[in-house]
Write a protein that binds this ligand. Structure first.
Ligand code: S3P
Length: 441
């Protein structure tokens, strides 16, 4: 089967209700917490994607039994110190920065060195950002070029708690240090720039000794060694980052409406909603509830009559960090110039994403001026594309692929989007849902 998606026709207006797959951040965290728990934990609606499968394989390598059937998964945890450390373990994190960085926090007590490898995209990403704080616990690292994968972690049996100042707004770094903290005697202190707080919420839910003070621009976290973690049965809510593609598709249409069921609307993840609302899009949360500490709701979105440009406040960056590529498409159709800044972290993702955002807009004929951390987008409310556009060599970044599909369906043109299998890391059902939306009722 060809690995190129060809789109030559815009989508017609729709009125649909859909469900997207389970949240990726929550799925990976569920795997890791359950591997430390005492007893059998069960997850329903776990995301079945390569990143999550890599997480399951990783804990299996550490001696933890896993059973996966359809979208239900069981993990047979053996307690906080239950990993079986053998000689010569290699963990392949494939495309997942979240898995590679978070699991390092759990490996701080490993008895033999463990090697972490990943695919081409992950191997160019920065691991010094997590090796540095973990080394302060007493762990040692050997990193390719001092900052990349493959790396080796050399654990310690004499871990010391640390004070950690997290300045990037990286939930992966923060979470990894929390994990190391819960294996270390004494109190680990973290002052972290705001970022997604799923790890903290799960710690609270599991009654792990954590204290959190939420300040305006940062959080103060204290974590202590935990003796036991109870099993975690979890019905994983749907992923807002996956939902964002369809929210934007509806935004770029005329006279369309979409409901997305049971989505995680944790405030640290809803930057995309806040930004689109500021741009004049009507988005409502319905049937709001709290599930195991996480907010969940159905999302209703209607096509707006007009899209306003935005000078995007930087305090919304971390809550929308994975969504900016697709948000740029909305700015491309806005009635004026939009400006997004302080976004250098985007270039640290699966591909240099800010560069790709600019490149997609260039190919679409949208004037934009980008630097290493900002982009100015000159919107055109009447944008119609008639030419051939080829998207390739983007390090198989799933979000570049999905953003290109949304652009093709919304603006027209003849699009040849390579590496369709890039979606298998985060959202294998993406094209199936596109087809559901396309179907006439
Ligand atoms: C994630 C955190 C974010 C995000 C990534 C998932 C997580 O990365 O981009 O897709 O689950 O903790 P950073 O923490 O590096 O910003």
């Amino acid at each position: 089967m060809s690995n190129i998606t060809i789109i030559k026709k815009k989508i017609s207006k729709f009125n649909k209700t859909i469900s997207v797959s389970g949240d990726k951040s929550l799925s990976i965290r569920w795997v890791l917490f359950s591997s430390l728990a005492n007893g059998i934990s069960t997850a329903k609606n776990i995301l079945i994607s390569e990143d999550v499968l890599a997480a399951l394989k990783a804990v299996e390598k550490l001696g933890i039994k896993v059973i996966l059937k359809n979208n239900e998964c069981k993990i047979f945890g053996k307690g906080v110190s239950g990993f079986k450390y053998k000689k010569n373990i290699t963990i392949n994190a494939q495309n997942s920065g979240t898995l590679a960085r978070l699991i390092l926090g759990l490996l701080v007590d490993c008895k033999y060195p463990i090697k972490i490898i990943g695919d081409k995209s992950l191997s160019r990403r920065d691991f010094k950002r997590i090796a540095d704080p973990l080394e302060k616990f007493g762990v040692n690292f050997n990193l390719k070029n001092n900052k990349n994968l493959p790396l080796k972690i050399y654990g310690s049996n004499n871990l010391k708690p640390i004070n950690y100042l997290e300045t990037r707004g990286s939930a992966q770094c923060k979470s990894s240090v929390i994990f190391a903290g819960l294996k270390t005697k004494g109190t680990t202190f973290i002052k972290a720039k705001k970022s997604r707080d799923h790890t903290e919420l799960l710690c609270k839910h599991l009654k792990i000794p954590i204290k959190i003070q939420n300040k305006k621009n940062y959080d103060l976290i204290k974590i202590q060694k935990v003796k036991q973690i109870k099993k975690l049965n979890y019905n994983i809510p749907s992923d807002i980052s996956s939902s964002a593609f369809f929210i934007v598709l509806t935004t770029l249409m005329k006279n369309s409406k979409l409901i997305i069921k049971n989505v995680n609307i944790n405030k640290s993840r809803t930057g995309v909603i806040t930004i689109l609302k500021k741009m004049g899009v009507q988005i409502l949360f319905r049937n709001k509830k709290v599930y195991k500490g996480e907010k969940v709701a159905d999302i209703l979105v209607r096509s707006p009559k007009k899209i306003n440009p935005i000078n995007c406040p930087t305090n919304l960056n971390s809550g929308a960090i994975d969504e900016f590529l697709v948000i740029f498409l909305v700015a491309a159709k806005a009635n004026g110039i939009s400006y997004f800044k302080d976004l250098s972290e985007m270039n640290q993702k699966e591909s240099p994403r800010l560069k790709w955002g600019s490149k997609i807009l260039d190919l679409m004929g949208i004037k934009n001026i980008s630097t290493s951390n900002s982009i100015k987008i000159f919107g055109n409310p009447n944008l119609k594309i008639n030419k051939k556009i080829i998207i390739k060599n983007y390090l198989k970044d799933h979000r570049v692929f999905m953003t290109s599909v949304i652009a093709a369906l919304s603006f027209g043109g003849q699009w040849y989007i390579h590496d369709k299998n890039s979606i298998s890391s985060s959202f294998p059902n993406f094209l199936k849902i596109i087809n559901e939306i396309k179907k006439n009722d």
